[in-house]
Design a protein around this ligand. Structure first.
Ligand code: PLP
Ligand code: ZN
Length: 414
């Protein structure tokens, strides 16, 4: 842990760590529910101290952490696999494609990283209740980490979230309020509830340590890539907090003099949930009118972190694009069949995006490209079933099996 202050990403004002909790007090005066957050805070470290303390031979990652190690919950998070897939690269038309499989976190998504750090902060502040809005993964992650730390999670979530995610949060012992509404409703209600009843609010981007938590995935990529910065990282994007977190990792490393350039960040959104994409393209912010996508984790009308996300995409020399549900489900099948990684639909958006970019001049064929797999496919089996058909069952005799196999071969040829 190195000393840090919070800096407003809108006005640049700086605040001591314990002078603020969520947003910049000045900028957030103009914030009303129903718009992207104003005054999101970024932790700015003593980068000279990091440079002096950090060594690659025996890396101490705590120097990049905004919460002291002694407050960490007893649940290991992160250190997920990072590997190259030649077969997927060949399929997609790029020669150096890598996967960071964050679906292998304890609750099955990258959200464990943010929840871990916010619960550590709750330990430090002696807050026993943590409140959050979620499309599903942030809540299951928070519930899991709270279970390990003996805290109470209060969760607002759309009632139609994938069932496995709902099952997770309830099994982990969270208090769950399923809403007959959208994720955007959940976001608003969670803020209203914690303002009235107290507790620490973990809403994404609203609590600045959600970004610091998600940053650890970028630090790991750098280390696992043998201290090299990849050329491109594809990020499935809803609220734009993973994007900001990945950027923050490389921003911190650069500020500490450990690297000299940033990876290009490519923002991938679903066609119906494209507010950040359109913001990047036009420079003008507008809500997504009616988010309705199979990729529930990136389904949002009003991305909480739209302003910061747009800036990091542009600053990194990256860009954004959208993909359809059909392309997402195709991407899910390609990823599974070429790599053995069963990812939830949002992550398949990255595969779909690469497919679309083949032959365009936006990405070099030979660039080192990292696909961020953010969530496990078993979290939403229903979604995967939409794009596949189970073979008909047959009588348990060899003749029955042989005729079934023959029928399947015929179908395969067609
Ligand atoms: C939350 C989430 C995302 C999107 O992250 P944002 O920070 O909202 O942009 C993508 N994929 C999965 C699996 C997620 O849980
Ligand atoms: Zn401000």
């Amino acid at each position: 842990m190195t000393r840090f202050v919070y800096q407003c990403t809108d006005c640049g004002r700086r605040y001591p760590r314990d002078a603020v909790r969520y947003l910049c007090p000045l900028c957030s005066r103009d914030y009303r529910p129903g718009m992207p957050l104003l005054g999101v805070l970024s932790a700015q470290f003593d980068y000279e101290a990091i440079r002096a303390k950090f060594g690659k031979d025996k890396p101490d990652w705590n120097v990049f952490s905004a919460v002291e190690k002694k407050w960490f919950p007893p649940m290991p998070v992160g250190n997920t696999p990072f590997f190259r897939s030649v077969a997927l690269g060949e399929e997609l038309g790029f020669s150096d494609v890598w996967i960071k499989n964050d679906g292998l976190n304890p609750s099955g998504s990258l959200k464990d990283r943010a929840s871990f750090l916010v619960v550590a902060e709750a330990n430090r502040l002696q807050e026993e209740v943590i409140v959050a809005a979620s499309t599903g993964n942030a809540a299951s992650a928070l519930a899991a980490v709270c279970a390990s730390a003996g805290k109470r999670a209060v969760i607002f979530v759309p009632h139609n979230a994938p069932r496995a995610k709902l099952a997770q949060m309830i099994l982990y012992g969270a208090t769950v309020v399923p809403l007959q509404g959208t994720y955007d409703d959940a976001f608003r209600l969670s803020l209203e509830y914690s303002a009235k009843r107290g507790g620490l609010n973990r809403n994404t981007a609203y609590h600045p340590l959600t970004i610091e938590g998600k940053k650890t995935v970028g630090l790991e990529i750098w280390q696992q890539n043998r201290w090299r910065v990849p050329d491109v990282i594809l990020v499935p994007t809803g609220d734009g907090v993973i994007l900001a977190g990945v950027h923050k990792a490389f921003y911190d490393l650069k500020a500490a003099g450990l690297i000299s350039r940033l990876p290009r960040l490519v923002c991938v959104q679903a066609e119906s949930s494209d507010a950040i994409h359109r913001y990047v393209e036009s420079g003008v912010y507008e809500d997504a009118a009616r988010p309705d996508t199979v990729a529930d984790s990136i389904s949002v009308s009003i991305p909480a972190n739209a302003h910061w996300a747009r800036r990091v995409i542009v600053e990194s020399g990256g860009f954004s694009l959208t993909v359809s549900d059909r392309e997402i489900l195709d991407g899910q099948r390609v990823l599974a069949a070429r790599t053995g990684v069963f990812a939830e639909p949002s992550c398949a958006a990255g595969v779909a995006a690469l497919r679309k970019l083949r032959g365009s001049n936006r990405l070099d064929r030979g660039a080192q490209i990292v696909l961020l797999v953010t969530g496990h496919g078993l979290k939403d089996v229903e979604a995967a079933m939409r794009s596949l058909r189970l073979p008909a069952s047959v009588a348990p005799t060899l003749a029955g099996c042989e005729s079934a196999l023959k029928a399947q071969r015929k179908k395969g040829r067609r």
